[in-house]
Design a protein around this ligand. Structure first.
Ligand SMILES: [Zn+2]
Length: 480
């Protein structure tokens, strides 16, 4: 080949690169020929394409992308389904399902514990959770540890919940926790609350969690934050643009807190005191509270997996499921299967029968059905793990939560709405996440099957797009 020809080809290449690279850098691509499901179109699928530049969605259009230049990476989705990455607003990333804190600290379990935390972020992503909110984590250090993994969802934290001194759950906790203890009877209770809220802000907390819980069985008279403490905390949080979620699951707790101007409940209303369960009709007292919830537009996070997780303790094959094997490291799985290690599970089973647990679960399902039919503001949160039990596993618990909602009569589009845009709105993050729209973070899921046909199809994920990076689902399976 003549020297001049080589030079001219070389120059041509350089010129091409100069002109094309700035316009189409390598990290820009298009998801073409996709069935897009997002709140912008009321969860009605439309055929379109999504332009992604680095970690941002640059454009979403109906119709097919016409290949005007060969230098852009166009990925044909073959009319598969693209939904926004899911958000779970109720997790506890420090707790290991099935392990008490004492078991966690035992030297014998050192490797098992280490492997769990390495796999944890991948397990959430495996089931499509690209953003999770930890309601108990209070410091940046915990977030840094979680983020040290190559693949991890966006982890948001509460910055430490607030509870009455000696009340639930402080009564049960040892010294190492990030809860803010408030003495409502002290003269300086306002100062204590202000300090707690500044602490939440300085740790980049996105939510204030308050507790109303008298306890269970033997501990049924634990003290709670006073009404004054509740009102002042909620007011201060709102002044700082922080939403407030209240831990409550009994009729009494809902009654005591429903008028206090908070934004949501962290559990379903499943404890009804002496009121009986009738599958055909909710008691008027329960209806009354649920109606107020709708009128005041208070968000409701059913956390059905709390009770369903207890029910699953009676299922001896729970840990044998294929999905479980994929997200839990082998040694931990073997350890969890050993009934001698299931301390909390055994305690729970000795305190509640399967039939009793089922009735409480059904009460929660009935309340959820009532709210869904009336289009209440539903928050999606799995409460993972709700206790040290092996039936609340990261990521998978969210999938099971969706199945419970569907069984309660929540429509598939309502489930998707709660797990995407409504969770984002509750966190005041809907300008960045929660739907497929221009200028939002490119957190997307490519599904094989339509989740609107059957909610189980949310488990047909092919690829997870996290901050614009495409991850094949198989890459997230535990290899430990
Ligand atoms: Zn919880």
């Amino acid at each position: 080949m003549q020297a001049t020809k080589i030079i001219s080809r070389f120059c041509y290449l350089i010129i091409t690169l100069i002109f094309i690279l700035p316009i189409f850098p390598n990290n820009k691509y298009i998801l073409n020929n996709a069935q897009i499901i997002t709140s912008e179109n009321n969860f009605i699928p439309f055929l379109g394409y999504i332009e992604i530049n680095n970690d941002i969605i640059e454009n979403v259009q109906q119709g097919l992308y016409k290949n005007e230049t060969q230098n852009i990476n166009v990925i044909n989705c073959n009319q598969k389904y693209v939904v926004p990455g899911f958000i779970d607003t109720h997790t506890h990333t420090e707790s290991i399902p099935g392990m008490t804190s004492q078991q966690k600290l035992s030297k014998l379990n050192k490797d098992i514990v280490k492997n769990y935390y390495v796999q944890l972020p991948k397990s959430y992503l495996y089931f499509g959770y690209t953003t999770i909110l930890d309601l108990s984590l209070g410091n940046k250090k915990g977030v840094e540890e979680f983020n040290s993994n190559i693949f991890h969802p966006q982890l948001l934290i509460s910055g430490g919940p607030m509870a009455e001194k000696g009340g639930y759950p402080l009564h049960f906790l040892k010294s190492d926790h990030s809860f803010h203890s408030i003495d409502s009877n002290a003269k300086n209770y306002k100062t204590q609350i202000n300090t707690a809220i500044s602490n939440i802000i300085s740790n980049n907390g996105v939510i204030l969690k308050l507790y109303y819980e008298k306890g269970f069985e033997k501990n049924e008279s634990l003290p709670n934050l006073s009404e004054k403490s509740f009102i002042y905390s909620i007011d201060q949080a709102h002044k700082n643009k922080i939403s407030v979620i209240v831990h409550a699951n009994s009729l009494e707790a809902y009654n005591e807190t429903i008028e206090l101007n908070h934004d949501g409940y962290a559990h379903g209303l499943w404890r009804w005191g002496n009121l009986n369960y009738n599958p055909k009709e909710l008691p008027p007292e329960v209806k009354n509270i649920l109606n107020k919830l709708i009128t005041y537009k208070i968000a409701y996070q059913p956390t059905t997996q709390v009770m369903h997780g207890i029910l699953s303790l009676y299922d001896h094959n729970f840990l044998e499921q294929e999905d479980v094997r994929k997200i839990i490291p082998k040694k931990l799985l073997d350890w969890l299967k050993n009934e001698k290690n299931q301390i909390v599970a055994n305690e729970i089973k000795s305190g509640i029968t399967k039939e009793q647990a089922l009735e409480v679960f059904n009460k929660g399902q009935q309340a959820l059905n009532y709210l869904a039919k009336r289009n209440a503001f539903l928050l999606f949160g799995s409460d993972t793990p709700s206790a040290a039990i092996h039936t609340n596993l990261p990521g998978y618990n969210g999938y099971l939560e969706m199945l419970n909602w569907s069984k309660a009569g929540v429509t598939n589009s309502q489930i998707l709405k709660a797990a995407t845009i409504d969770n984002a709105k509750f966190l005041n993050l809907d300008e960045k996440i929660g739907s497929i729209a221009k200028n939002k973070t490119a957190n997307l899921l490519l599904l094989d099957k339509n989740p609107l046909d059957k909610i189980e199809h949310v488990n047909s994920i092919q690829k997870i797009i996290l901050n614009g990076k495409i991850i094949a689902r198989d890459e997230l399976i535990s290899n430990l």
